[in-house]
Design a protein around this ligand. Sequence first.
Ligand SMILES: C[S@@+](CC[C@H](N)C(=O)[O-])C[C@H]1O[C@@H](n2cnc3c(N)ncnc32)[C@H](O)[C@@H]1O
Length: 289
Amino acid sequence: MKSNPHQRLRDAIIENTGDKSNIFIENIPKKWEKFSDVVLFNEGTFGGEVWKPFIGNDFWNDIAEALDVKRIGIKGEIRGRRRESNVMMVLGDNDWVIRLENGIKFGYNFTKCMFSAGNINERRRMGEIVTNNEIVVDLYAGIGYYSLPILANGLAKHVYCFDWNPTAIYALKRNIGINGIDGSRCSVIEGDNRITTNEYRNIADRVILGLLPSSFGGFEAALRVLKGNGGILHIHGLGKSGSHLDWITEVEHELLDYNYKIKRKELIVIKSHSPHWNHLVLDLQLEGK
Ligand SMILES: C[S@@+](CC[C@H](N)C(=O)[O-])C[C@H]1O[C@@H](n2cnc3c(N)ncnc32)[C@H](O)[C@@H]1O
């Protein structure tokens, strides 16, 4: 197989369609995401009138062969209050995929769940930060982005994973199994964490609030599960490039009503999220007053 995948894709499409016109060649995608045996193209790719006459099984098979994959998906808009992914599968019929990262298997249904490759360092950091016998609450656990590395490192006494999306819960439970994690070391709690946390007061040494664009809506639940003598919060959010301090001040202001002394520990810039906005995580130590 020739080395340049862009050239291979271009050659395969031209051969399949027999169309070499400039307008056509300009529409051949230049970007995609590849993992395992899957390629995902951006929203709208192969969508216009230009492509209509050619789309069919042979077309997708030729693309798959050119990019050395077995399954193809086209991304759609992220939808609804649950921020569900919306990928249409155009080749293949099973959307379960496993991504291996730092020795941990993250499985998920790629037509329904998102996986942010850009958060790899934060997943690794969470796997290293927990110390002996801690009780951890992951308020927005998803498929286990942060809970799995924490569970895999083996030091936490217990990890409570909250999520309200049944597809994410299904993947999380399956991931606990395929990573060989002892199920008695974690609890998976399905439902709206603003309600379900009522049953889990005063338990946590550490709370992860991994929700974008903002996790402010989870502060009350986080303070509910945090131990009375305090602990650590990992607060995710979006801060404007060049004025991260504004976001930090806003977060700390929001926490003033709760009866804790707040100490700033660290600010992590995870990645650029959109033009002028960064995905940030603020680590705060809260101490009982
Ligand atoms: C995008 S995911 C997690 C992303 C991950 N922490 C990361 O940064 O890669 C956010 C998760 O929060 C869940 N979620 C959002 N609001 C929730 C709520 N009120 N209660 C429980 N789960 C919630 C969603 O179902 C989703 O699985």
